[in-house]
Write a protein that binds this ligand. Structure first.
Ligand SMILES: NC(=O)c1ccc[n+]([C@@H]2O[C@H](COP(=O)([O-])OP(=O)(O)OC[C@H]3O[C@@H](n4cnc5c(N)ncnc54)[C@H](O)[C@@H]3O)[C@@H](O)[C@H]2O)c1
Length: 309
């Protein structure tokens, strides 16, 4: 990675090959890694150096995991890292052909961010939201040109999950949608299309399943281990719902349920009080070190145990 300076300039690079990613959390760092592996020059942005360091660590771990699985070579990883720069502030979005936001699932935050991005980004740039549930039309409210805004919903972990959902807002132009499809395919993803309906196809389906598991834990139907084992051994799910909630982030899962409840007013989307309490207590899952399970900090994590000198 090239710190807060620009990535090594490549004379062949055009603005279409440059991606600017806002938010270096779980998803932003994964999206940045995926784009760099596919040959894009990426700038990953967040609010502070500390947050960027966390994102960078996550990104490196994700890439190293791909080497262990035999899907990338160490040379691929160092080439990808050489294509990623970091930044604080949106200024460098001006050079990107594609600008992707991956900030927390809050309507006003994302809306305000797109307004700022519209002022900085090239008028030709495609604006992309990685929202899990918020209507793209609502995110584009207040933009001078909502026709270039589109939803590309990536999955976690980005490097190993094949699917993306593509969602046009009410005003998204067909050529923006086509560019989003082309971009997703260039990352090697399988694309499904969804109408601009809250939660799209995937989040709407999985939110109910995950919430039900929390309700069962809350009601004392079974232990967390037995609930998770029931799903992995009974349904061949790769991980149980409580472990999956820890991976997704309990704050993100709660935000999705709240969007679904707010938009549909159907009681099936009412978040279990236990989920809300845990979020209020800061037990957000893996990213905070504690959720339904505990995650001791890795030795190389910022703030984690340090190796003896
Ligand atoms: N976690 C998942 O499994 C998952 C999957 C698909 C989509 N999503 C969606 O992706 C988005 C991000 O989720 P996440 O899990 O990566 O969250 P996260 O909490 O891990 O990361 C969010 C990052 O955004 C940064 N941020 C906040 N405000 C910012 C601002 N104004 N400018 C720049 N950076 C800012 C935070 O510092 C943080 O690093 C959400 O919309 C979420 O719904 C999440």
């Amino acid at each position: 990675m090239t710190g807060t300076s620009a990535a090594a300039e490549d004379p062949r690079s055009l603005s279409r090959t440059r991606v600017f990613v806002v938010g270096s959390g779980l998803m932003g760092s994964g999206i940045a890694a995926q784009c760099a592996v596919a040959g894009y020059f990426v700038t990953l942005e967040d609010l502070s150096e500390e947050l960027l360091r966390k994102g960078e660590l996550h990104l490196r771990r994700a890439l190293e995991g791909e080497v262990r699985r035999g899907r990338l070579t160490p040379t691929d990883v160092s080439a990808a890292l050489g294509r990623i720069a970091t930044a604080i502030g949106l200024r460098r979005a001006d050079a990107a052909g594609i600008v992707i936001e991956a900030v927390p699932e809050q309507l006003e935050l994302k809306r305000a961010l797109f307004r700022e991005l519209e002022a900085v980004a090239s008028p030709q740039a495609l604006l992309v939201s990685n929202t899990s549930s918020l209507p793209i039309t609502a995110l584009g409210q207040g933009l001078a040109d909502p026709g270039r805004l589109v939803g590309i919903h990536f999955f976690n972990p980005v490097l190993s999950m094949e699917l993306v959902e593509i969602i046009p807002g009410h005003r998204t132009r067909p050529e923006s949608l086509e560019r989003a499809r082309e971009f997703a395919r260039s990352l090697g993803k399988t694309v499904v299309a969804s109408r601009d309906s809250p939660g799209f196809v995937t989040s709407r389906a999985v939110a109910v399943l995950l919430n039900e598991a929390v309700w069962m834990l809350y009601e004392g139907v079974a232990t967390r281990e037995d609930i998770d084992t029931a799903y992995t051994k009974g349904f061949h799910h790769p991980m149980g719902p409580l472990a999956l909630l820890d991976l997704i982030g309990l704050d993100t899962a709660l935000a999705i349920l709240d969007v679904l409840w707010d938009r549909f007013h159907d009681p099936k989307y009412r978040a279990c009080p236990l989920l809300r309490t845990m979020v209020e207590a800061g037990a957000l899952g893996r990213k905070s070190g504690e959720g339904f399970y505990a995650y001791p900090p890795a030795a190389d994590a910022p703030g984690g145990p340090k190796a003896p000198p």
